[in-house]
Design a protein around this ligand. Sequence first.
Ligand code: UD1
Ligand code: CA
Length: 473
Amino acid sequence: MAAISAIILAAGQGKRMKSSLPKVAHPVAGKPMLWHVARAAKDAGITEIVFVLGHGREKVIGTTEEFGGKVAVQEKPLGTGDAARCGLSVLSPKANEVVVLCGDAPLLHPRTIRTLLSVRRRRKAAASVLTGILPDPAGYGRVLRNPDGTVARIVEERDGGPEIRKIREVNSGTYVFDRKFLARNLPRLTDVNVQREFYLTDLVVQALQEGKIVVPVVAGNPDEVRGINSRKELAEATGVLRRAKIDSLMDAGVTVVAPDRVYIEPEVLVGADSLIEPGVALLGKTRIGKGVRIQTGCVVENCRVDDGAHLKPYSVLTDSHVRKGAVLGPFAHLRPEADIGEDARIGNFVEVKKSRIGKGSKANHLAYIGDTIVGKKANIGAGTITCNYDGIAKHTTVIGDGVFVGSDTQFVAPVTIGQGALIGAGATITKDVPPYALALSRVEQKVIENWVIRRMPELLRKAGLTVPVLNKK
Ligand code: UD1
Ligand code: CA
């Protein structure tokens, strides 16, 4: 198969975003707008992608690298025609068809790109162009047709009169060109128009002058032609992807209690019979297994949550792994590299960072577990804290299988507790504890009889108690 390349135009400033960030770097469903366009190109089978970038291009390096794309720099935004010329200058000589995409149209479907490719070939056209019929076409270039249905002209709204504004068929800015036609005609564009820009759309007239045709393909779903120009349109695009993602999960057997009130990003996977309650956000490359219950307010980013796990309300998990049947929360916090073992239990106000919790172990209340390896069936009492940081370096705590840690214990790392050991409540553990030992570290309790009566009777009066009379000896 002949090589197909794509040029993504993404050097425009995007003034209406009122942002210091270039427009195409703004996130739609958690990924830069430009990323969605590049993904559509890749999924359509395009192997070479050229990104035309301008001011602020360092902000989208992540995307260009992810897709192994080339970058063509357009120093000044002189128009879409000039941008395409920049892109073409770095395109591989092997490509004989060129797909031109707008970096600000993130809802384009790969299937549509393939349609544009096949229609142009079949009709032997200079170009095919994706159009859309919009209820409110304001701001877009309008498509004028020839009697035979091919494109006669594309006129920018600002260059046309009231007759043009009435036309509801708009140009999406997505095209497939015959490479030779493009190379021959881009240098011939002029900037004689209201915006003093080189318009890529003027190529239509040039094709007709060469006796060639430009064929339109009307988008079945008008969302696909939508260019994002404002924050409002940005939110609408995210809304479209969010809803599509949730619909596909429900089709695959996931229960979403309130589909309008959860946010799930496109790359997230969720297994059948999982249940997602309102107010949940599943982000990044999160993978949820089967039969997982995720309750209200949970935020899960780049995590693996295995079958049958249960996340109780308001748990926040990042870059972590929750194994089968584990139960978290409410209000549990997993920071990066937490690995919660099968059937383990991490309760309310427990924070775990870079730690492994063994199968069936429990930390049910108010604890900080960092840089720690906990064995199986250990019990970490309320208020346990691993003191993992000495102000300079991080140190590891190792807690063996079946260890019972009494409440309010501090482990001053590095420290190792042997299996089956027992730590008495309120301990500050600074030295290793051997297996099966009892470790205590507390000041012995002292009791002074009747001290309050003698030294602070006002305390008793304040509490409404009668102050007992002491026998003087
Ligand atoms: C363009 C089309 C218009 C179409 C609309 C669809 C032209 C003349 N007009 O208009 O017919 O309806 O897109 O959204 O082509 N860009 C550059 N360099 C530039 C100018 C633009 O890279 O010098 C990029 C932008 O980053 C953007 C895309 O090209 O991704 C479209 O540019 P924009 O300024 O939004 O064009 P519109 O005025 O919307
Ligand atoms: Ca636009």
